[in-house]
Design a protein. Structure first.
Ligand code: PSV
Ligand code: MN
Ligand code: MN
Length: 386
């Protein structure tokens, strides 16, 4: 098979981009503002559409409620469509309300739990208006001190709250449950790991699936192992891609450890989960605190594509033969050969053949879009993450 034939497996592969990547973001120390930053969800979508126009890879935008609340979600969907993109997952927000200090879906007070469930029903209504099929839930609940609350009772309350939310979904809609081992609480998060997320999803039903955020694991965790295991269980619903050095850094995917991203993609390719219809939604969950946001997103989707292209190049026959023969170094070499292949030229050829810029980053710089939005978007308040 020729290289371009192998790479034809990339046809139909897409990456979903987050609306919050286009707004201002920062750390608890400082949020830097940037001229041209969107002031509302319509402008965020216009910027996201640029990423798709330049790369052909990013046709959907995730929304975050209430950050992206608009009067008329039908109008927002129509605006997205006019710009050549669609609405992706709807993310709920349980981490910015005083009532949730001691928990939301796990809170001891039924009234607080009911409020958190109602927020998700509101998100389901947004899904109906936008045609979104994925409700994504990251649970920020947890405790800071041993004995603060019953770990077990919190799991029971969570299971009951999730069941109410799941029951509100239509037959084509999914609940995507994300885990994170630390932050904003540090003694015990209520959904700290993929095992806990999986158990809740299995109790809910087929359309409850796990989200793997690459920044939500302890250092040294073998993430591709988790990818493989969730795929085996038929429960890998989505990725939140990003890069981390220390914590939940949300930096550009593939920038810190492109080899890890490749190893993840090897597990994906092993079961053809990169193909459309596999049920795995490849999303970014990133913030661009100091770099140009649109360029940051372009780089990110290209990094994901590159990692997938390399994974597709693995000589699986040679790999299996070496593995079966117990040839440890031989098997490792087969994998590394694919990883060390420079696919940038062939991917540029593919883009050119599809009427896209060979070099999307150069095309973005040459387009003058950054200056255009800086001049046009004056007045109003820039959208922000926090
Ligand atoms: C917080 O850790 C977080 O980064 C989660 O990963 C969510 O996916 C994201 O915020 C948006 O709610
Ligand atoms: Mn995430
Ligand atoms: Mn995160």
């Amino acid at each position: 098979m020729s290289l371009q034939e192998v790479l034809s497996e990339l046809d139909g592969f897409t990456v979903e981009v987050p609306s919050w990547a286009y707004g201002n973001s920062g750390t608890r120390f400082k949020v830097f503002t940037t001229p041209g930053t969107p002031r509302d969800p319509f402008e965020k979508i216009a910027d996201a559409a640029r990423v798709h126009a330049l790369t052909g890879l990013a046709p959907r935008v995730s929304l975050h409620i209430p950050w992206d609340r608009v009067e008329d979600f039908g109008a927002l969907s129509a605006h997205a469509e006019e710009h050549g993109v669609g609405i992706g997952a709807i993310n709920s927000n349980l981490f910015q309300d005083d009532d949730y200090k001691l928990g939301s879906l796990t809170h001891a007070d039924p009234a607080v739990r009911a409020k958190a469930v109602a927020h998700h029903l509101d998100c389901v209504a947004v899904m109906a208006e936008t045609g979104s099929t994925d409700l994504k839930l990251w649970l920020p609940d947890g405790t800071n001190y041993a004995g603060q609350d019953s770990l077990r009772a919190r799991q029971d309350r969570l299971a009951a709250s999730l069941a109410e939310i799941y029951a509100a979904l239509g037959p084509e809609q999914r609940l995507l449950l994300e885990y994170k081992f630390f932050e904003p609480y540090f003694y015990a998060m209520d959904v700290p790991d993929w095992g806990t997320a999986l158990l809740h999803c299995q109790a809910l039903g087929e359309r409850a699936q796990v989200v793997l955020d690459t920044g939500h694991h302890a250092p040294g965790t073998n993430i591709e192992f988790i990818v493989m295991q969730l795929l085996r269980a038929g429960r890998l619903g989505a990725f939140d891609f990003n890069s981390r050095f220390y914590a939940d850094d949300d930096l550009i995917v593939g920038s810190a450890d492109p080899f890890q991203l490749f190893r993840i993609m090897v597990e994906i390719v092993a079961v053809d989960a990169h193909r459309p219809g596999s049920g795995v939604n490849f999303m970014l969950d990133q913030c661009h605190n100091i770099e140009d946001k649109i360029a940051g997103q372009v780089r990110s989707v290209l990094n994901v594509e590159q990692a997938l292209a390399k994974a597709l190049l693995v000589d699986t026959e040679a790999l299996t033969a070496a593995q079966d023969a117990g040839d440890v170094i031989g098997a490792h070499d087969v994998l590394m050969d694919a990883f060390h292949t420079d696919v940038r030229g062939p991917l540029a050829d593919r883009r050119e053949a599809r009427g896209l810029p060979r070099d999307p980053m150069a095309a973005y710089r040459a387009s003058g879009y950054a200056a255009e939005i800086a001049a046009a978007r004056v007045g109003g308040t820039q959208a922000g993450w926090l």
